[in-house]
Write a protein that binds this ligand. Structure first.
Ligand code: DOR
Length: 428
């Protein structure tokens, strides 16, 4: 059925459009943009006055946990969480059980996505077998099966020789190697960032250098091999500097930042809430400031949530023993609108680009544009909608967030995938 989005502020960084317009969707594709379009017979007309119509958001760093950890999340629950959070597509990391290191697992995830998912799902294959860092995974087979990148996320590939081989091997496929940049020797035993707060709380800290040395290594290997290396969840001012310098030299390096590293600092750990424990850990205000500047100037290419669902039992009790990570799909967009866009720290157009056009470009994915002919993946925002984050209402199977009870202004209110409204489920 045709769909007409009437009278919204159409914001499409890919085609440099920012104007109040109508958007017509036919056969799953955007067919026309313009002021007061005539609605075809039978078209469903949705009034989006005072809302912002954007290319569907793409979260390139999500843990859907299936197969193996269905008690934390599934393709069905994770993609519903994505839709509710304004994401029309997610890339899912390989640290499932079994690990997504061969075609059968990729096929399984894609089959689940077809039968139970409500947004597009793009699997990321493992770099090494079983994420053990010892031998390469079936890299060619993973590309053939439909993986859009490679990562041992959650683990750093510590063996530089093996990582170099992975980069060389993946070059012909044109898919990025995505780095979880952490020197596990430097971060050994840590539960948070090393600094004043770790000293005062008595928690063991990992120095920012644990990230910086691996970002430096990965840039050097990208330069050596000519491969595209993407740094996941960049969190330190030092790593920002390294990526900025490397980009200036023409190295094929890109990077992402999470909402939590932008809006929280290590100060949040003082209350020992395990929902402030994630890898990489929350850093200092200076780091968060450097990340924001890098996101604004394009040194950091995109925002990704690192949605990392864990069961309650894994996130209560002692801070040291708690699992790493927080859910992010259902809080990311609202937090970024409220904390960065509303106070004028980041332009709405830049945020929309970093959530749609830029991840599509990085991973060569369809979408990221509202130009006629593009797939009708659309995210609609209400920048003025005030609400309180209530984890009890999450579609995700997990609730591990430090943002429960935060009142924020601005929210994703509609998600459209291939011309179908997938959120809200009962759209008018
Ligand atoms: O906090 C994190 N949790 N960081 C990671 O890199 C992995 C993730 C997970 O899988 O739980």
């Amino acid at each position: 059925m045709a769909l007409l989005l009437r009278n919204g502020r159409v914001l499409d960084p890919a085609s440099r459009v920012d104007a109040v317009q109508d958007v017509l969707v036919e056969g799953g594709t955007i067919t026309r943009l313009g002021p007061t379009l005539a609605a075809p017979a039978e078209a469903r007309v949705l009034d989006v006055t005072r809302k912002v119509v954007c290319p569907g958001f793409i979260d390139m760093h999500v843990h859907l946990r299936e197969p193996g950890y269905e008690y934390k999340e599934t393709v069905a629950t994770g993609t519903r969480a994505a839709a509710a959070g304004g994401f029309a597509a997610v890339c899912c990391m390989a640290n499932t059980h079994p690990v997504n290191d061969n075609r059968s697992i990729t096929d399984y995830i894609l089959a689940k996505a077809r039968s139970e998912g409500v947004v597009r799902v793009y699997p990321i294959g493992a770099v090494t077998r079983g994420l053990r860092g010892e031998e390469l995974a079936e890299l060619a087979e993973l590309a053939e099966a439909g993986c859009v990148g490679y990562s041992d996320d959650g683990q750093c590939v510590m063996n530089a020789r093996l990582y170099r081989r992975a980069m060389e091997y993946t070059l012909p496929f044109g898919l990025p190697v995505i780095s979880h940049a952490e020197d596990h020797h430097l971060s050994h035993g840590a539960a948070m960032n090393e600094g004043v707060v770790s000293m005062e709380t008595g928690l063991a800290g990992a120095p920012p250098a644990a990230e910086d040395v691996m970002v430096a290594r990965d840039i050097i290997l990208a330069e050596l091999t000519g491969a595209h290396v993407h740094i996941a969840h960049l969190s330190t001012a030092g790593a920002v500097r390294l990526v900025r310098d490397a980009k200036a030299r023409g190295v094929k390096v890109t990077a992402e930042v999470t909402p939590h590293h932008l809006v929280l600092t290590e100060e949040a750990v003082r209350h020992y809430d395990p929902n402030t424990k994630m890898s990489p850990p929350l850093r200092t205000k200076r780091d968060a400031q450097a990340l924001l500047e890098a996101l604004a100037d394009g040194t950091i290419d995109c925002v990704a949530t690192d949605h990392a669902p864990h069961a309650l039992a894994e996130k209560e009790g002692e801070y040291d023993a708690a699992a790493w990570g927080i859910v992010g799909l259902e809080t990311a967009v609202a937090l970024l609108l409220d904390r960065l866009v509303r106070p004028g720290l980041l332009g709405l157009d830049t945020l929309v680009a970093r959530l749609s056009t830029d991840p599509a470009r990085l991973l060569h994915l369809p979408g990221g544009s509202l130009a006629p002919g593009a797939p009708a993946d659309i995210t609609v925002l209400d920048p003025g909608l005030e609400h309180t984050i209530d984890p009890a209402r999450f579609r995700s199977r997990s609730r591990n967030t430090p943002f429960g009870g935060w009142t924020v202004t601005g929210a994703p209110v509609m998600t459209i995938v291939g011309g179908t409204v997938v959120h809200p489920e009962s759209a008018p």
